[in-house]
Design a protein around this ligand. Structure first.
Ligand SMILES: CC(=O)SCCNC(=O)CCNC(=O)[C@H](O)C(C)(C)COP(=O)(O)OP(=O)(O)OC[C@H]1O[C@@H](n2cnc3c(N)ncnc32)[C@H](O)[C@@H]1OP(=O)(O)O
Ligand SMILES: CC(C)C(=O)C(=O)O
Ligand SMILES: [Mg+2]
Length: 556
């Protein structure tokens, strides 16, 4: 890169805003949302949407709850014109939804726009012209007064068409390239526009202040919004609208700070489609509010469907890390995150009040229609907690905590060698191979508990097992069936061991549930090992767990 101080680039100047108020404000209600997916999003696509795609996306926007929808630039092309006509002719615009159309301050375009609007009950006509120093100098080659005159000509044209229009027309005016415009001129042109329109309580105006190009830090945009809010005439009849692009990657922050600064309305798109780096992502904005306990007024309870429809219509894939909706945003691979999430979810389930307190998950995935299925995935960065979570969450095995390090080590040994993610089924396979498919050094065959003796507290069992090619049946007594089986192995089994811990649970649906038992033994010869047994009968499951542990110890 060249020297940044070569003079090619300059810092954006500060806004003179004495006693700015916005830093002390909080967002406590949703703005009026306006989707510009069908216009700004569409105009930025390699292949603009066809009629069917626009209809599908429009339908999604209605379902999500948008009340202002910019449906296009009807004077720009046949598809744009036909789309609006289709909405009107098929009666697809609900009474509580206002459609918006964009147009330049040019007569033939305004006429075409009103032709497209015929039959619409209420519409926002969004008139724009560029006001920035660069556009005035380079593109329009006009002074400020000429630019204002252009805007006012546009207003006059819209006003006269609106007067003879059957439906209700609201004016939206955008000093396009606002962020490159001097504040005084921006206020001056907006005030001229609203005055010419005849602003009043009955004729409110939307003043949209676009970061057509994001040029500065978000606090500057907030300053600009507060500055404009202070300098716009008839502020009470104006809806200040934001329209941020994401050139510096801070459109969400800029919009949020603009809301603190007094903006009433937000234009943006789903998943940030739009010119260059995109428009601000309304999903992120809305869910940011939701996670602060503020009702966003849009329903993102099924983000997977939103992503499907938007991807189908725009032919743009969603990044796996996209806030709230990306494939990996609810997934932890790393051990310490998995451990904390696992504990957090258990804590959340157990407590009675609803406040969401799960570490590393700023939102409950279920609230946006995401499942817990993919929260924890296993690779070489993962730890024992993650493995235990998968075995319990997916397959119902509630491994005792003491056993987690053992299975964690075994799985990590495999991920280290494989160098890739292991699926849940592969984790289950490792678990079953480790505990249920151990080569049989000593093999359990059968057992029977003497029910009479069990009443006295001491249990007598008859155990049959296979050892060194011989099937042996022997009797043992103990303070439980497993202890009795241990004794029944007697002197024929050469490795002395003691039982260290035991736990059990049932696993699976009621009708097909199995009992699962976990036993830890400590052998003199091989050290401590866990074993797992699974059977219809809990006692047999326990004894099988003991054999599993013995065989693992022997083969260690
Ligand atoms: C920031 C934004 O997103 S703004 C929205 C931009 N969206 C689009 O442009 C998508 C749709 N646009 C189009 O299809 C076409 O540009 C049309 C149909 C609107 C116009 O097409 P054309 O007239 O053939 O071409 P073009 O857009 O290049 O016209 C440029 C002329 O319009 C003028 N112009 C541009 N914007 C405006 C405006 N808002 N008001 C008045 N005149 C304008 C330019 O100064 C230029 O004038 P010149 O011919 O005297 O040099
Ligand atoms: C038309 C205007 C509002 C626009 O899209 C922009 O300035 O980014
Ligand atoms: Mg834009």
């Amino acid at each position: 890169m060249k020297n940044a101080q070569s003079g090619k680039y300059r810092p954006y100047p500060k806004i003179d805003l004495p006693q700015r108020q916005w830093p002390d404000n909080t967002i406590d209600k949703a703005p009026l949302w306006c989707s510009v997916d069908l216009r700004d999003g569409n105009q930025a696509l390699v292949t603009p949407m066809n009629l069917d795609q626009k209809l599908e996306l429009f339908d999604l926007l209605l379902k999500l709850g948008f009340k202002h929808i910019e449906v296009g630039f009807p004077s720009a092309s046949k598809v744009e014109f036909d789309f609006l006509r289709t909405l009107v002719e098929r009666g697809l615009i609900p009474d509580d939804v206002t459609i918006q159309v964009l147009v330049q301050a040019r007569e033939h375009l305004i006429d075409k726009t009103f032709e497209a609007l015929q039959g619409v009950k209420k519409a926002i006509v969004h008139l724009y012209n560029s006001t920035s120093t660069a556009q005035r100098k380079i593109v329009f080659k006009k002074e400020q007064d000429d630019i204002t005159a252009l805007a006012l000509e546009g207003v006059d044209m819209v006003k006269s068409r609106a007067a003879s229009f059957d439906g209700e027309i609201t004016l939206e005016y955008s000093p396009e390239s606002f962020t490159g415009t001097e504040m005084e001129f921006a206020a001056q042109i907006c005030n001229a526009v609203t005055a010419r329109w005849g602003i009043s309580a009955e004729r409110p105006v939307i003043i949209n202040l676009p970061a057509t190009v994001e040029m500065a830090t978000p606090n500057i945009y907030a300053d600009q919004i507060e500055w404009m809010s202070r300098h716009l005439d008839n502020r009470e009849h104006i809806l200040i609208s934001t329209h941020t692009h994401n050139d510096r990657g801070t459109s969400v922050a800029a919009t949020e700070l603009a809301l603190l600064a007094g903006a009433d309305r937000v234009e943006g798109t789903l998943l940030s489609n739009g010119e260059r780096t995109g428009n601000v992502d309304i999903i992120t904005l809305a869910l940011n509010m939701y996670t602060q306990g503020v009702d966003p007024g849009l329903d993102f309870g099924d983000v997977n469907t939103v992503v499907d429809v938007v991807e189908r219509c725009t032919d743009i894939e969603t990044h796996v890390r996209h806030p709230y909706v990306g494939e990996l945003v609810y997934t932890a691979f790393s051990g310490s995150h998995q451990d904390a999430i696992n504990k957090g979810l258990a804590y959340q389930r157990a407590k009675s009040e609803p406040f969401w307190e799960v570490p590393y998950l700023p939102i409950d995935p279920a609230d946006v229609g995401r499942t817990y299925e993919s929260i924890i995935r296993i690779n070489s960065q993962s730890g024992k907690g993650g493995v235990a979570y998968i075995l319990e969450d997916k397959f119902g095995y509630q491994l005792p905590k003491k056993m987690h390090p053992e299975i964690g080590r075994i799985v990590q040994g495999i991920t280290d060698v494989e160098g890739r993610e292991l699926t849940a089924e592969e984790i289950l396979g490792i678990f079953e191979k480790t505990y249920f498919e151990v080569p049989q050094y000593i093999e359990f065959v059968d057992m029977a508990v003497n029910s009479e003796t069990s009443k006295s507290g001491i249990v007598t069992v008859k155990l049959t097992y296979r050892f060194e090619g011989e099937e042996i049946t022997s009797t043992g007594q103990g303070n439980g069936p497993i202890d009795a089986c241990r004794k029944a192995l007697g002197e024929k089994f050469p490795h002395a061991f003691v039982l260290r811990s035991y736990s059990e649970h049932s696993c699976g649906e009621q009708s097909s549930a199995k009992a699962v038992a976990y036993i830890e033994i400590e052998t003199e010869d091989f050290g401590a090992f866990f074993g797992v047994g699974r059977d219809n009968d809990i006692t047999i499951a326990g004894v099988m767990a003991m054999f599993s542990a013995l065989n693992r110890a022997y083969h260690s």
